[in-house]
Design a protein around this ligand. Structure first.
Ligand SMILES: [Cu+2]
Length: 351
């Protein structure tokens, strides 16, 4: 397994996020008059260029950060990649036990949850495209070539350490067709006192597909949640039906939001078609209590739904208002920011 010895940058993102939020709060204060009209949403968020936006002309490159935990889980456990691209996988074992990140080479094949460790080993002995073993408290940094032929495939990954898979330590790499395209950042929050997402309606003004959506979720409350995005457009799951649906159709993105207040988790997802994409919290009872929302990608929000939108952000940036952080959610089309954003902290390319 290639080891680069490169110092991990995994913890820079939340700090950057906080810096931007502080900056945004200051700018919001200055520009409050303007935003008071346009933004009824009370929360403050930020926008930044998406992961693959700064690489025009080059081959698309994505960095996926995955934490391996003793719970036992991958965080996030739904990853997205574009066929024909190169993905840098940054793996971080946060736990006190060894874990592995072992990727199936069989598209759209869900591992049998009742397999024994020996059966799982036997499967991956024949069908692994990548296998990284991580000792406790370790990093690994490796490159995965996502073949063009993988387009449309969902590839399961699991930990081969006995009984971790059986305890839930698995996830999916979803591969979409290539073509580069736009990159957009989305921020969402869990509400402080209620079981809800703020905002629960987000418009992504995608004009070409696929679009890479980088999602950051901040936990402002004290409970644990997930931010789970349905892979298919225009699907409306119910609290009673979503678990069965996800068995058959793995989520496009599943972010596990730990209970730590203020913690940020990020992930990215590549969306190939316009439509409304439902997101929800999978923790028992939370969806029914209101933890559900929609990402409107390349389509307007339905009438009567007030959605945070990329359009607002881009408009303000063009007007030089500088206070793009003062809305409930802020999104950016990367290209729109070149040269307009106030000087940003130095940011590693891989988010
Ligand atoms: Cu929840």
């Amino acid at each position: 397994m290639p080891k680069t010895g490169r110092p991990p940058n995994l913890h820079r993102l939340p700090r950057l996020g906080r810096n931007l939020v502080v900056l945004g709060s200051a700018l919001l204060f200055l520009g409050g008059g303007l935003f008071a009209v346009a933004t009824p949403l009370p929360t403050i968020e930020y926008a930044r260029p998406g992961a693959s936006g700064g690489n025009p002309g080059g081959s698309p490159q994505t960095v996926l950060s995955v934490n391996l935990t003793d719970s036992a889980a991958f965080r996030p456990n739904a990853l997205s990649a574009v066929a024909g691209s190169s993905v840098h996988l940054l793996l971080h074992n946060l736990g006190r036990y060894a874990h592995s990140f072992t990727l199936s080479s069989i598209a759209n094949f869900t591992l049998n949850r009742s397999w024994t460790p020996a059966q799982l080993d036997a499967f991956f002995a024949r069908n692994a495209s990548l296998n990284a073993s991580l000792p406790p408290q370790s990093f690994d940094n490796l490159t995965l070539s996502v073949a063009p032929s993988w387009a449309g495939g969902s590839f399961e990954f699991a930990s081969l350490v006995p009984y971790q898979f059986q305890a839930g330590m698995f996830g999916f790499l979803n591969v979409t067709a290539g073509g580069g395209g736009q990159s957009v950042s989305v921020s969402d929050q869990t509400a402080v006192a209620a079981l809800s997402f703020v905002p629960d309606s987000i418009v992504v003004n995608a004009t070409s597909f696929p679009v890479t959506v980088e999602v950051q979720v901040s936990n402002l409350g004290t409970g644990g949640h997930t931010w789970t995005l349905v892979a298919q457009p225009d699907v409306n799951l119910t609290p009673a039906g979503f678990a069965g649906y996800f068995q058959a159709h793995p989520p496009a993105l599943r972010l596990n939001v730990p209970s730590t207040p203020g913690v940020d988790v990020t992930g990215n997802v590549t969306i190939s078609a316009r439509g409304s994409y439902q997101f929800l919290c999978e923790i028992s009872g939370h969806f029914a209590a209101g933890m559900v929302g929609y990402l409107y990608v390349g389509v307007p929000a339905p009438q009567g739904i007030q959605a945070a939108s990329t359009e607002l952000v881009a408009g303000w940036a063009l007007a030089g208002a500088g206070g793009i952080l003062g809305i409930g959610v802020a999104l950016s089309v990367a290209a729109a920011y070149v040269g307009r954003w106030p000087p940003t902290p130095k940011e590693p390319r891989h988010h």
